[in-house]
Design a binder for this molecule. Structure first.
Ligand code: DCP
Ligand code: MG
Ligand code: MN
Length: 350
């Protein structure tokens, strides 16, 4: 499987994969979804190869690799570089756009709008733009929030939250999902799934979360709240920033202390929906998309709350009824019912 080969040291295509990943990251930053997915699929294909792919012709024979990507693979294999990547880095026009897209919660539309208004730097935004509170956090902590969190720090942050949660309610169960659960060496943020035995709706968990947040704020662990972009998820999600306490880490070489602001998410999940929530919140997003597509091909519907059947659809496949819940509690059962082989979290990179 992809995950197993991935972990194996010395994949002959590591360098090609590394360069293609930088290119994928670039397309992701400029919100070119289509190319981002194409590059990530090609990377996943290359990770499964046992021999080095050096020519366009070889690359073309592999799944999910078209002509343009095949040419780029040959270019990297023969020159150890990719001109398109260097060009993207140097595009002066792209610099403010990329800068603005790096602000937490800022998408293409907002970034373009600022550029049209003549803004080019973060200082321009601070001085002249009408920033939302989220955007202000994103600008003020730009570098921190664009620094990936090492796996060990994710674990240390997790331990702090775990200790506080035990004090709030010993029955609370916390699972770190997202890229951490997939085994990533570093993560963009830390994703907590919060549950408790005998819970039927996320509302059952809200009082516990509110108390947990109060405590962690008093401890100066949580340092900012971020408004959710989707009002509907307001009740079941919490977004914010945290810092590792001084006693645990964050020291520089000269013993001075500087804590890096980290993005933290809580997702409240009743026990009855744990399987579907784990599946969704582990990702990655492309893996999720393919699982949802599979469900829909089988006349079912998969979301972060469960797998449903007999979903009635009207014109344009618009949903008419929610359908009947088939499975929500058990992650493995969802794979079984969909007729796909179980994939461990570390095998879900695409
Ligand atoms: N997710 C999704 N579709 C989205 C956003 C998220 O399916 N548009 C799911 C899959 C993700 C999970 O939620 O794995 C957590 O979202 P993150 O944005 O935190 O992504 P990751 O944790 O996977 O990566 P990162 O290390 O960047 O946080
Ligand atoms: Mg994450
Ligand atoms: Mn997240």
């Amino acid at each position: 499987t992809a995950g197993a080969k991935d972990a194996k040291a010395g994949n002959p295509n590591v360098r090609t994969i590394e360069v293609l990943q930088l290119m994928a990251d670039y397309y992701d930053r400029v919100n070119d979804q289509w190319r981002t997915i194409a590059y990530r699929k090609a990377i996943s294909t290359l990770k499964r190869q046992d021999t080095k792919v050096t020519t366009e012709e070889e690359a073309l024979l592999l799944p999910s690799i078209g002509q343009r990507l095949a040419q780029k693979i040959e270019e990297i294999a023969t020159t150890d570089r990719l001109q398109r990547l260097e060009y993207a880095r140097d595009e002066p026009m792209n610099k403010p756009l990329q800068l603005f897209l790096g602000i937490y919660g800022v998408g293409n539309r907002q970034a373009q709008q600022w550029i049209a208004q003549g803004f080019r730097t973060l200082d321009d935004l601070k001085a002249k733009a009408n920033l939302t509170r989220n955007q202000l956090v994103g600008v003020d902590h730009y570098d921190d929030l664009n620094t990936r969190i090492p796996r060990r720090e994710v674990e240390a942050l997790g331990a702090v939250v775990q200790m506080a949660a035990q004090k709030v309610d010993p029955q609370i169960r916390l699972i770190i999902g997202g890229s951490y659960r997939r085994g990533a060496e570093s993560s963009g943020d830390i994703d907590f799934i919060v549950t408790k035995p005998n819970t039927e709706s996320s509302g059952d968990l809200r009082p516990a979360l509110d108390e947990l947040v109060r405590r962690l704020e008093a401890d100066k662990f949580l340092v900012a709240r971020l408004a959710s972009s989707r009002a509907a998820s307001e009740g079941s999600k919490w977004h914010g920033c945290c810092v590792l306490p001084r006693l645990v880490g964050g020291f520089n070489d000269d013993d001075s202390y500087r804590a890096t602001w980290r993005r933290i998410d809580f997702l409240l999940v009743p026990e009855s929906e744990m399987g579907a929530a784990l599946l969704y919140f582990t990702g990655n997003d492309i893996f999720n998309r393919s699982m949802r597509l599979l469900a829909s091909k089988k006349g079912m519907r998969l979301n972060q709350r469960g797998l449903y059947k007999d979903v009635m659809r009207g014109p344009q496949r618009a949903k008419v009824t929610e359908g009947e819940l088939v499975e929500g509690r058990d992650e493995r059962r969802i794979f079984e019912i969909l007729g796909v082989k179980w994939r461990e979290p570390h095998e879900r990179w695409c």
